[in-house]
Unconditional design. Structure first.
Lengths: 350, 275
């Protein structure tokens, strides 16, 4: 595997050091191209993002507890990736859950066989400088508690399709965002652009973003969508995408870390996302995003992850059409309840 | 007689037959129109497009008819239409025609649209939703609002379909002003319309998209499927540009609209009365 480590880390480190001096939120800035790299252009003269890309990464969104460095060494990252890849090739024990359900040594070989979007960062978040999501506001804490209570009232995750996780329902996954994050597997994207639009196809659930570049106004805020509504413009060779009008039903972070898995945790419908795409070499788009949701968090926060050129094509991910998992999950839950009820009844009889 | 029709050879003949029969004035094109070119020098098909016809209900000629949900009355009744099939009748094999009628009779259970499944090709084109063409030299994307159905048309690096799919595997090429899309690799689970018209995994679709004025294009389709039809057949219709300044493909994420239909019988009955 050819690990090409980004130099964007050094650039972002420089940006962070500026923020420490000034103690204001770090404005995401376009990374400098490597060694005077000339950004390729489309026939229309725009920076060319066309192609197949991946943001598969093992870097967590938030800096793990106990880690204080902003960056790992290249050797440390290589060792981590080798360890992760080995897990995928290790045989599972027959009869275990891991063996019969999503055996990643058989079906998910992202980290052992695909291109990786390797970053030396210890967290994707670079602002705040501690690499952690900022504290929630009081209103945000109330909203999360309310979501949690509503989820319980509706009977918990396995009560129905509607109470299940969005990815298990094939409604939304982590890849398309925005912001666009490692989807867990198949973190692959195709970008096609014309003069007035940039199209980003996410392999997972074939989610498509068609982002206008024609200077139109943001859509009416009565239009609320899973992926929001996006508007883009060029700042030099950087594509800047502003997204609002989220429906608030897919809180971000969208389970990027085990610690924030439940969907009642995260952003509100007031979230605004600013994304910056900068092509820094033939193999790399540096992707930065800033989350601004004053309802949920006490300040805005920003992260960066690379998108690496990968081999196409993308395959059709007809998630809903083949969603046997959701049916089987619900059938299993009802059977378990029935068995429990029968056991209780039998106890009473005795 | 089962004949594997050649990929290209049959199409002009079929269109010629349709012309001789004097059907479908819709196929008549103005041949002198030249579309604006993209910066890369290809006919510019970029835009948001939509059909205006009743092929969504049936691609064959049909009178108006009742809907299938009694409570919804006239709001779901079927609008009449001259149809888009050249010659008016799909040349089904006899047993396949019986299957089509069976499909129609049981469409509430069988029509993949009702479960928000990907609509397939060419059905996606003439559903009552817009679609957007985003064109580069290497790839032409066709993105449908309905269910976020998306097609990548590979303009180079043509390879066989890697696996059967709902939306097929499409190769594109230019024939003068016309974009020719050759699509195979279907899974056989999609329909052509709400009338139960169907195909098998052997479906082979050849679409020809030709600009005919600033805001219209002709859309001509040749259907080959020797498992289901006695010969190739064609349909044709205009595509209209959505000219609104704010035209935009919005989300029609219909999965959440059908969850109760598909999974409702597996719902936990809750003590607190909520479901």
């Amino acid at each position: 595997m050819n690990h090409v480590f980004l130099n964007s880390g050094c650039i972002a480190a420089a940006v962070i050091s500026v923020s420490l001096l000034t103690a204001i939120p770090v404005e995401a800035q376009a990374p400098d191209p490597i060694d005077g790299y000339t950004v390729p252009r489309t026939a229309d003269g725009q920076p060319d993002f066309e192609g197949f890309w991946t943001n598969a990464t093992r870097t967590p969104l938030q800096r793990p507890e106990g880690v204080t460095n902003e960056f790992y060494t290249a050797e440390e990252v290589a060792a981590t990736e080798a360890r992760e890849a080995a897990l995928e090739t290790a045989p599972t024990v027959p009869g275990t859950v891991a063996d019969v359900h999503y055996d990643y040594s058989q079906f998910g070989l992202t980290y052992s066989q695909s291109t990786l979007a390797t970053s030396l960062r210890t967290s994707l978040i670079f602002d705040p400088p501690d690499g952690r999501i900022p504290p929630m506001t009081a209103a945000g804490q109330r909203i999360v508690a309310q979501r949690e209570a509503e989820a319980l009232l509706k009977g918990g995750r396995f009560a129905s399709a509607e109470t299940n996780e969005l990815d298990d329902r094939c409604i939304a996954m982590g890849g398309s965002g925005p912001p666009m994050m490692d989807a867990g597997y198949n973190s692959n994207y195709q970008i096609v652009q014309n003069r007035d639009f940039i199209m980003i196809l996410t392999e997972m659930i074939h989610d498509v973003r068609i982002i206008p570049l024609d200077g139109r106004e943001q859509a009416d805020d009565k239009i609320r969508q899973w992926m929001g509504t996006s508007r883009a413009h060029w700042e030099g060779d950087t594509l800047v995408v502003e997204t609002a009008n989220f429906n608030g039903k897919k809180p971000f972070p969208f389970q990027p870390d085990a610690e924030v898995r439940p969907t009642y945790y995260g952003s509100t419908e007031n979230m605004r996302v600013t994304e910056r795409f900068s092509r820094v070499d033939d193999e790399t788009i540096v992707y930065q995003f800033t989350i601004d949701d004053k309802t949920m968090w006490t300040r805005s926060w920003s992260a960066e992850l690379p998108m690496k050129k990968t081999i196409g094509p993308l395959f059709e991910h007809a998630c809903h059409e083949g969603n046997y998992g959701l049916t089987n999950t619900l059938v299993g839950a009802r059977l378990e309840e029935q068995e429990a009820a029968e056991a209780t009844a039998a106890q009473k009889t005795n | 007689m089962r004949v594997r029709f050649g990929r290209w050879a049959t199409m002009p003949a079929v269109i010629a037959v349709a012309m001789i029969l004097g059907v479908s004035s819709a196929t008549a094109q103005s041949t002198d129109y030249r579309a604006p070119q993209t910066a890369a020098g290809f006919p510019d098909l970029n835009g948001i497009w939509q059909t205006i016809n009743s092929a969504h209900w049936s691609i064959e000629p049909h009178a108006a008819g009742p809907g299938i949900v009694r409570e919804l009355g006239a709001s779901v009744a079927v609008p009449a239409g001259h149809g888009v099939v050249d010659g008016g009748t799909i040349p089904y094999r006899p047993e396949a025609l019986l299957q089509r009628d069976e499909n129609f009779a049981n469409r509430l259970e069988l029509d993949p649209e009702i479960k928000c499944y990907l609509p397939g090709v060419p059905r996606a084109t003439y559903m009552p939703f817009p679609f957007q063409i985003i064109q580069s030299e290497q790839h032409i994307m066709i993105v449908h609002e309905y269910a976020g159905a998306v097609r990548t048309i590979y303009m180079e690096n043509h390879t066989p379909a890697p696996a059967p799919t709902w939306m097929g595997w499409s190769h594109g090429s230019w024939d003068g002003e016309t974009l020719v899309i050759d699509t195979q690799g279907f899974n056989g689970q999609t329909w052509f319309d709400r009338a139960g018209n169907f195909h098998s995994e052997a479906l082979h679709v050849i679409e020809r998209i030709t600009p005919r004025s600033e805001d219209t294009m002709m859309y001509e389709v040749t259907i080959e499927d020797p498992e289901v039809f006695t010969r190739p057949w064609t349909m044709s219709m205009p595509l209209y540009r959505r000219v609104e300044a704010n035209a935009e493909i919005l989300e029609f994420e219909c999965v959440e609209f059908v969850e109760d239909l598909i999974y409702g019988h597996l719902r936990k009955q809750l003590d607190n009365g909520t479901q």
